[in-house]
Write a protein that binds this ligand. Structure first.
Ligand SMILES: Cc1ncc(C[n+]2csc(CCOP(=O)(O)OP(=O)(O)O)c2C)c(N)n1
Length: 320
């Protein structure tokens, strides 16, 4: 969580300094949920992150260096400097590159799980994330419906951050609670406080374990507030001020620090030291990525995405 926050703070300042091309979408306030989404996955599992999942990406094994390489367009990044900032992954390792069309990751991860089943692999779990807005899309419905009928080991994590971009919940869905959708699909559902790291860990542990044990798809709905705009271009002026002061507006990093202190697991000075460590790791990765070259279209295959090397999860830069 600390590493994700330090990484994203740096990305925000690079964006403001005009050093990043394209959008920057941050997960501030969603780190507890995002980390918990990926931390119980093992080698061989599938993780299909969404825009606000920097923390989950790191928990699944992505590196801060690959993060900066992608944002700065380094040819040594996983997408060889050829794709958008958040569309990075290593598909062969079960780390799927995000698709911007909302909802699409649900059927894609469901399809990945189905393919594993056909290959005879067992005990695999796939986790994917979606926002409250994304739950209104057809792809979300189709993906979960298929997973439910096939009883695929899919965990769908819904971050209800109160707004779909600037559209509030009451203009987005008419069911009393997003969790009601789980019953509609005939799958298990859990609710949790997305600002509470211990609650997120407990809930995701339960959901991932249940999917792994063969109980079919699991839906987790976490309530929180996005502490930044939809993207760095958005000042989030539409957010109701009372929400920021409410429980839902708490910063999960502060909640986590208090939980650690209350349980005698870490003192504030430990957290300060870990924060410094994270910042140093971020600086080192940024310095390295900044010195690397971008792609050279005249020197390599233009359609990078179709290359076997990329699908294999190698940047190709290792051999250069
Ligand atoms: C199918 C589709 N429709 C519209 C968009 C444009 N779009 C990008 S983000 C967004 C809002 C997403 O809301 P939510 O899922 O709640 O996520 P949040 O940004 O609030 O975290 C929209 C409408 C899109 N990417 N895909």
């Amino acid at each position: 969580m600390l590493l994700a926050r330090a990484t994203e703070d740096k990305l925000a300042s690079l964006y403001r300094a005009g050093m990043i091309k394209g959008g920057v979408f941050l997960g501030k306030g969603q780190e507890a949920l995002s980390t918990a989404s990926a931390i119980f996955l093992r080698k061989g599992d599938i993780f299909g992150p969404l825009i606000r999942d920097q923390a989950g990406r790191l928990a699944f094994g992505d590196t801060v260096l690959d993060t900066f390489r992608t944002y700065l367009g380094s040819a040594q990044g996983p997408m060889r400097g050829r794709d958008g900032n958040i569309h990075r992954g290593r598909p062969r390792e079960g780390y799927y590159a995000m698709i911007s069309h909302l909802g699409a990751m649900v059927p894609v991860v469901a399809g990945g799980l189905y393919a594993r089943r056909l290959r005879g692999e067992t005990g695999v779990v796939g986790v994917t994330s979606i926002g409250d807005g994304g739950t209104s899309t057809g792809a979300f419905h189709e993906g979960i419906n298929l997973a439910a009928v096939e009883r695929l080991p899919l965990v769908v994590v819904i971050a209800n951050n109160q707004y779909a971009y600037s559209t509030p919940n009451n203009r987005q869905f008419a069911c009393g609670d997003l969790l009601d959708k789980a019953a509609g699909y005939g799958i298990a559902g859990y609710k949790c406080d997305g600002t509470d790291p211990a609650a997120c860990l407990e809930t995701l542990h339960m959901a991932v374990q249940s999917a792994r044990e063969g109980n079919g798809p699991q839906m987790v709905v976490a309530t929180l507030l996005r502490l930044v705009g939809h993207g760095e271009h958005d000042d989030a002026g539409y957010v109701d001020a009372s929400l920021r002061k409410a429980n839902v507006g708490r910063d999960c990093l502060e909640v986590g620090a208090n939980q650690l202190a209350e349980n005698g697991l870490a003192r504030p000075e430990d957290i300060a030291a870990w924060t410094k460590e994270a910042q140093a790791e971020v600086e080192a990765a940024l310095n390295k990525a900044q010195r690397e070259k971008g792609p050279d279209p005249s020197a390599e295959e233009w359609c990078a995405i179709s290359t076997a090397r990329l699908i294999d999860g190698h940047s190709g830069a290792e051999e250069e």
